[in-house]
Design a protein around this ligand. Structure first.
Ligand code: GLN
Length: 452
């Protein structure tokens, strides 16, 4: 195929299917076809790399030059970014063809995509179910065959959980592995961008292109980028797998439990050994996250004041009225809830009791993982306690927060994690989550690949 043919095929599928799925907020056919032609040219000249000419869907949290970038929010409903995020720039340089920007929970806050100002996304496997969130549009687009690969971000599970719900592969890299420059910030000490695709190999190819230090992001780590495809086929004999006791307890759907244990057996048949390990502070991950993430969010989102960016209310009486009404109108309910929580926990008199304490807990959670990785090479467990739930079924914010019990600690610790498809409950996919120590992406991709 030429890139033009492939791109036209994807655009036609989007046209035909996305009215129902709603995975894209913006589709950019003209830019896509121009880029496809350029990729075909490069190929003719013998200048093509492994990603040249392949279509890509980009979560609407990534700034894209000249293209609407909304973060799923009415607040940025008219924001056209003047520049590309570093990862977008890198994928374009690798010859990828952006099809457009995908739907998401507003400012990446959510686990079901129901918090989008652009309407919910439907799960392509069963349209009555959510696709997961916050990168639900990216996951659904890949699952529905609207794009072969997508970019997502993961602050507490937003790549891995939607990948699990949509039956695709999604990798959250080590914090600092991938530049955050040009990604609209949610919780800066947790946010990380990563690939979402059908296979571990595709994720490895994308990671090859996006990983690496960036002078625009001081938290990106100065460390060389290996070829992540190189070890995909390395044998797994002798691999030590740990099953965290706390990831198989109360609240885990028995059919998800069974699917994950079946997957682990496949690894045993490949020569891996399995033992139980403990991550004793797991229980504190969600409370610590819901102090740290809203605190950072309240600070990051203070820039949306109706003056410099985005939505501005009509006919403000004075400056305070402008701030208040612009923010009240521009932000959705969940975002406002988190700004309030974050502002409260950072306020004088509460800071030590909440934020400082949560940071101490975070350190313990990180140490749990480091201790476990003294004993085993990787950890395995479910990506989510249940398969995709029904749209509208989960109305209580706290029960929604509890959905992320197996993913959130990973961001607090800064380690990488991948979700790979591991069967179904009825029509709804189940994700196996594989975790490794800092910068163990090569290992995770190797282990994920052997299952597929
Ligand atoms: N569901 C979590 C939240 O709402 C995580 C979201 C994410 O990873 N961006 O904050």
């Amino acid at each position: 195929f030429t890139s033009r043919e492939l791109t036209e095929h994807q655009l036609a599928r989007i046209e035909r299917l996305d009215g129902e799925i709603n995975s894209f907020i913006t589709v950019t056919p003209e830019q896509a076809l121009t880029a496809a032609d350029a990729a075909d040219d490069a190929r003719t000249k013998g200048q093509a790399g492994p990603l040249t000419g392949l279509p890509l869907a980009i979560k609407d949290l990534f700034c894209t030059e000249g293209v609407l970038t909304t973060a799923g929010s009415k607040m940025l409903g008219n924001f056209v970014s003047p520049y590309d995020a570093t990862v977008v720039e890198k994928l374009k340089a690798a010859g990828m063809v952006s099809l457009g920007k995908t739907n998401m929970d507003e400012f990446a806050m959510g686990s079901s995509n129901e918090n989008s100002a652009f309407g919910p996304v439907k799960n392509p496997w069963e349209v009555g179910a959510v696709p997961g969130g916050s990168s639900g549009g990216s996951a659904a687009a890949v699952a529905a065959g609207l794009a072969p690969a997508a970019l997502g971000t993961d602050t507490g599970g937003s790549i891995r959980q939607p990948a699990a719900f949509c039956g695709i592969t999604g990798l959250k890299p080590t914090y600092g592995r991938v530049s955050r420059y040009g990604i609209i910030a949610y919780a800066s000490s947790l946010d990380q961008a990563g690939p979402m695709a059908r296979t571990a190999r595709d994720c490895a190819l994308l990671l090859n292109a996006i990983a690496g230090p960036d002078s625009h992001d001081s938290t990106s780590v100065a460390r060389g980028v290996p070829d992540y495809t190189e070890e995909l086929d390395a044998p797994l004999a002798g691999l030590k797998i740990g099953l965290p006791r706390e990831y198989f307890g109360d609240g885990l759907d028995p059919q998800v439990d069974a699917a994950v244990r079946e997957a682990v057996k496949v690894y045993e048949s490949l020569g891996a050994s399995v033992r139980e390990v403990s991550l004793p502070h797991t229980h504190y991950a969600i409370p610590a996250y819901y102090v740290i993430a809203p605190a950072e969010a309240s600070s990051n989102l203070s820039r949306y004041d109706g003056v410099r960016f985005g939505h501005r209310c009509q006919a403000p009486a004075d400056l305070m009225d402008l701030y208040k009404r612009s923010r009240a109108e521009g932000f959705g309910e969940e975002v406002q809830r988190r700004i309030l929580i974050g502002t409260h926990t950072l306020s004088e008199g509460f800071f030590d009791a909440y934020y400082t304490k949560a940071q101490q807990v975070r350190r313990l959670i990180r140490q749990d993982f480091l201790d476990a990785f003294e004993e085993v090479d990787v950890l395995m467990g479910p990506a989510s306690p249940t398969p995709a739930f029904d749209l509208g079924a989960n109305k209580d914010p706290v029960s929604m927060y509890l959905q992320d019990i197996y993913t959130i600690a990973v961001n607090l610790a800064g380690i990488p994690g991948i979700s790979v498809p591991a069967g179904f409950v009825g029509k709804r996919p189940v994700g196996l989550q594989i975790l490794g120590t800092h910068f163990a992406e090569t290992r995770l991709l190797n282990v994920a690949h052997q299952f597929q």
